[in-house]
Every structure is written in C-alpha cells, then in structure tokens.
Design a protein around this ligand. Structure first.
Ligand SMILES: CC(C)(COP(=O)(O)OP(=O)(O)OC[C@H]1O[C@@H](n2cnc3c(N)ncnc32)[C@H](O)[C@@H]1OP(=O)(O)O)[C@@H](O)C(=O)NCCC(=O)NCCS
Length: 335
C-alpha cells in the first residue's frame, strides 16, 4: 500500500504589488528589498477575497488535474495563519464552497511550516485509517490581512496565495513519502508572532490602536534560526532515507527569502539550479509557498516521474520540517 500525489493546484490573486508600489507606502526602496530578500513583487487579494476563496481556487485546479469530484474527498486539511475566522475552521468553509460533503475537515497551524505539517498528518491519517482514501492538503494565506502596512520590517516580505496537494492511497503503488521530520521550539515563540487577538491578549480598543493584531518579527534572529533549522532537519531526513544530497533532483524550500534559500542550499551542497525559487514573484506566502512551487513544477514539467524532491520549511512557533518524496506519478492532465 502506498500514498501518492494525484493532483496539485495553486492560485494567486491577480493584483500585483511591486517594490515600487511599496516605496509609496513606507520608507524603503526596490534596491533594499531586492538585495535583502530577492523579492520583486507579490500578489495581494482583493477586499472581498478571504483565505478560503484562494484555497478553493487552488483546490479546484488540483481536482481538475486529479480528475476528481469534490464528493470523492475523504478529508480536507487547511494549513494557514490567516484563517477566515477563529472558528469555524477554514477547512469547513472550503468544504462548503467545494461541496465536499464526505470530507472530515480541520485547520492546522504551524505558520510557514504548515503545509509540511499537514502533508505529514495527511499521510499518517491515510496510513492509519482504512476507510480514508483521499485527503486534500491546502496551504492558503491572505497574509496582506495580517500586515501592518506602516511597518517596513515586515510589510515588504509577504504575499497572498494558495497551494493544494491531493493525496491518494493506492494498493498497487509504492509510497511516495520516503522520509519526513517535523520539529518545534516554543522558546522562540515571540520572535515571529501576532501579539493580540487570542485568549492571552483579547482584542480591545487599545490593542487595535497599538496595531497589535499584525505580524511582528525579529528579522535577524529569524534568519539565523531559519537557516540552521532547515539545514539540520534536511540532513536528518536524508540520513533516515540513507540518501545523499547529490541524489536530490529538487530542493523545494519554503520561499521566505532568497538569501535564506541560498544559504540552506549551499550548506546542504545542493547546487542552485536544483533549488526551486519563485520568491521573486510572490514573496513569502507562508503555508502556501511550497504548494505553489510544487504546482508550478508539475505543470511546468520541472519535476519528472521518479525524481527525489526534498521539501523543507521553517516558520513561527518556531516550527520546522522536511519531507522527502519520490514523485511516483504525474497525471497526463498536468500538462
Ligand atoms: C528582514 C530581513 C530581510 C532584514 O535584513 P537584515 O539584513 O537583517 O537587515 P537589518 O534587520 O539588519 O536592518 C538593517 C536596516 O534596514 C532597515 N530596514 C528594515 N526593513 C527595511 C526596508 N523594508 N527598507 C529599508 N530599510 C529597512 C532597518 O530598520 C535597519 O536600519 P537601521 O540599521 O537604521 O536600524 C532579514 O533579517 C530576513 O530576511 N529575516 C528573515 C525574515 C523571514 O524570512 N521571516 C519569515 C520566516 S518564515
């Protein structure tokens, strides 16, 4: 019995915000943003688009590739920090919009590592539960709704979008999940966070006036921890798989920042041409980024059948993870 990816999908909003647009909002420059982050532009959802709307578009693309109807889904997991509401879960709203009446639904929060956490959980559920056959894993974010547009330290970094991966259990296939590892360290929970709005600090007029409902970040600490954690967890996963980095066809890191991706690849001795990068076009889309990358790679014919693909992510929490997959199947509808 194995689990394989039968469809991928992604969606980014039409509206492009360039670095030049940001120059009009905060004291920054295209040159600063490009050299420090590699980001040239990002997508911004419209006021009437919620995270679930971005997720549904990515989900529809993935279902089309997989040749599935929504009623064939047994589960929907949405990884997101920009959920539609505290509750109900965004996964339930996605279910309603798709008409996926047979799916159990829940959200999973592991910040930018969310998609990898959701893939591992989805894989574990399919493995453990006989009656589950197909689980849709989504990473979806309207990061623009969490940004303080007066804070140049953060507002230049993020963008909106959604990525989707549909997992299917099949008796006649090998498991495409070769190895995986997830980790966390709550000691650093305050370096990347939204201070108010939860039970620890409920919304008041004061928290709103102080802009405490937006992302705050200690940039340099985050940078160092991101590189170290991703390198460490990738090495662990390669060791578990008894594989060498030279066997990896593609490294697909969470698209936080070009300098972070470059540092991780260099320390793993993976050449840059094997690293998938789209942070220049979309910025950091948090839990969505790896799903968007994978969909571009499948549709753009970058991933070939049999390729070893190493996914790695890092995010608030702190959280991190790596998943090594052997891409065993590419639907004809991907082209
Ligand atoms: C945010 C980041 C790009 C900043 O780069 P950096 O080289 O560390 O820059 P610093 O934090 O040292 O800031 C240098 C200066 O640039 C300023 N600066 C910050 N943002 C700026 C911006 N958008 N435009 C212009 N200047 C900016 C700072 O205020 C600081 O000025 P000062 O020296 O007068 O105080 C970098 O730390 C980073 O990428 N961190 C990781 C962020 C991340 O990926 N988070 C998500 C993880 S999932």
């Amino acid at each position: 019995m194995g689990i394989r990816v039968i469809g991928t999908g992604s969606y980014v909003p039409d509206k492009i915000m360039t670095n030049a647009d940001l120059e009009k909002l905060v004291d920054t420059s295209d040159e600063w943003i490009r050299t420090r982050t590699g980001i040239e532009e990002r997508r911004i959802a419209s006021a009437d688009q919620a995270t679930s709307d971005l997720a549904v578009k990515a989900a529809e693309n993935a279902m089309e590739m997989a040749g599935l109807t929504a009623d064939q889904l047994d589960g929907i997991i949405v990884a997101s920090i920009s959920v539609d509401h505290v509750f109900p879960s965004t996964a339930c709203i996605v279910q309603k919009k798709l008409g996926a009446a047979n799916a159990m639904c829940f959200d999973l929060e592991a910040a930018c590592s969310g998609l990898l956490y959701a893939l591992e959980v989805g894989h574990a559920l399919l493995t453990a539960k006989k009656h589950l056959k197909r689980i849709m894993v989504l990473g979806a974010e309207k990061m623009s709704s969490l940004l303080n547009w007066d804070d140049r330290n953060t507002c230049v970094l993020f963008g909106d979008g959604a990525g989707c991966i549909i997992l299917e259990k099949d008796d006649s296939t090998e498991d495409c999940f070769i190895a995986g590892s997830l980790g966390a360290n709550g000691e650093y929970s305050d370096i990347l966070q939204i201070p108010a709005g939860g039970s620890a600090c409920p919304a008041t007029q004061e928290t709103v006036a102080n802009k405490e409902h937006f992302i705050t970040m200690a940039g340099q600490d985050t940078f160092k921890l991101a590189v170290n954690s991703m390198v460490k967890v990738c090495r662990k996963v390669l060791e578990e798989a008894e594989m060498d980095a030279s066997q990896i066809a593609w490294l697909v890191p969470h698209q936080a920042n070009y300098r972070i991706l470059k540092a991780v690849a260099s320390r793993l001795k993976i050449p840059e041409e094997k690293v998938y990068i789209n942070v220049n076009r979309f910025g950091n889309t948090s839990a969505a980024s790896i799903g968007i990358c994978l969909d571009e790679m499948v549709r753009g014919d970058h991933i070939k059948q049999g390729d070893y693909v190493l996914l790695t992510a890092f995010g608030g929490g702190l959280t991190w993870g790596a998943v090594l997959m052997k891409w065993s199947y590419i639907p004809k509808t991907a082209k």
